[in-house]
Design a protein around this ligand. Structure first.
Ligand SMILES: NC(=O)c1ccc[n+]([C@@H]2O[C@H](COP(=O)([O-])OP(=O)(O)OC[C@H]3O[C@@H](n4cnc5c(N)ncnc54)[C@H](OP(=O)(O)O)[C@@H]3O)[C@@H](O)[C@H]2O)c1
Length: 264
């Protein structure tokens, strides 16, 4: 990948580096020798991460829903002296969970329009706003790798959170379209869609959610994602075996899905 620049240190930006899978992947990329750009809103968490990781890193507090977010990302790319890889791992799941009037144990609360809209603004539009900046940069240099974290929720509309499902389906379809553009125009830019099932993170500890089958700890998820990045895989299921659920979600007839498998 960096054959003609053997001595160059690869550069990666992680949007959503402050917590969850984004934070895990950041630590692993640092171990791999990447210079890193750490992006999210919670500055103290980015600062604590910067202290944890061995290599060089830059911090940029960004809210992806704000108009200045794209320019802030462009500025970070310039400050880092280029970009080889971007990982986008963002969701308003936690903001919505904090906003809801229901107890934390209510996993399928009724959402206000503000909360529903937030899913679309962060998980879909915010994602594409960031990806588009990176893709335009990668196209110019004919090299780069976009990694986006979607979800099995994007594979079938779920009765209890259709807006989240819609946002995740949106970014998976977006990544597929960008990949097809790169293939058709023969541009050397790779696209990896990471599709997790259930991953225990800071705001959702292992075993807390009784509906979370095949749940894995975030460090395991980070390892699977890192391997998917290094192998430039098209789609990375997390855990790997969740491909089976993905296949079922895609083919089950509505009658069987709604009567027997709506928990998938
Ligand atoms: N955990 C699971 O079971 C699971 C399953 C399927 C898919 N996923 C997906 O995995 C990805 C990562 O989520 P996670 O569960 O690993 O951890 P998480 O802790 O929920 O991570 C979400 C990240 O998004 C960032 N973020 C949220 N709103 C933002 C905004 N407006 N601007 C900039 N950054 C923003 C947060 O940082 P700040 O709050 O600091 O801004 C945080 O770093 C998400 O796309 C999620 O939908 C998770």
């Amino acid at each position: 990948m960096y054959a003609n620049e053997a001595l160059k240190v690869p550069k990666a930006i992680i949007i959503g580096a402050s917590s969850g899978m984004g934070r895990e992947v950041t630590k692993r990329l640092s171990e791999q020798g990447y210079t890193l750009g750490l992006v999210a809103r919670r500055l103290p968490l980015l600062e604590s991460l910067q202290k944890e990781i061995p290599g060089e890193s830059f911090i940029k507090p960004v809210d992806v829903t704000l108009p200045q977010a794209r320019e802030q990302l462009q500025d970070l790319i310039v400050a880092m002296g280029g970009l080889d890889l971007i990982v986008i791992s963002i969701s308003s799941y936690l903001d919505n969970r904090n906003a809801t009037a229901n107890s934390a144990a209510d996993y399928h609360p009724a959402r206000t329009w503000e909360e529903k809209q937030r899913y679309l603004m962060v998980d879909a539009i915010g994602f594409i706003a960031m990806a588009d900046v990176a893709i335009e940069f990668f196209k110019k240099q004919n090299h780069g790798h976009l990694v986006g974290i979607s979800s099995t929720s994007g594979l079938r509309g779920r009765a209890y959170n259709p807006e989240y499902c819609a946002a995740k389906a949106c970014i998976s379809t977006y990544m597929e379209g960008v990949r097809n553009e790169m293939l058709q125009k023969n541009i050397d830019v790779q696209i990896t869609d990471v599709v997790p099932g259930f991953v225990a993170v800071e705001h959702s500890p292992l075993g807390e959610d009784p509906t979370a089958y095949w749940e894995i700890p975030v460090d395991q998820a980070g390892e699977v994602i890192l391997q998917g990045i290094l192998n430039q895989e098209k789609v990375v299921y997390v855990p790997r075996k969740i491909w089976l659920v993905a296949a079922l979600l895609k083919v089950l007839p509505d009658s069987i899905f709604n009567n027997k498998f709506s928990w998938l």
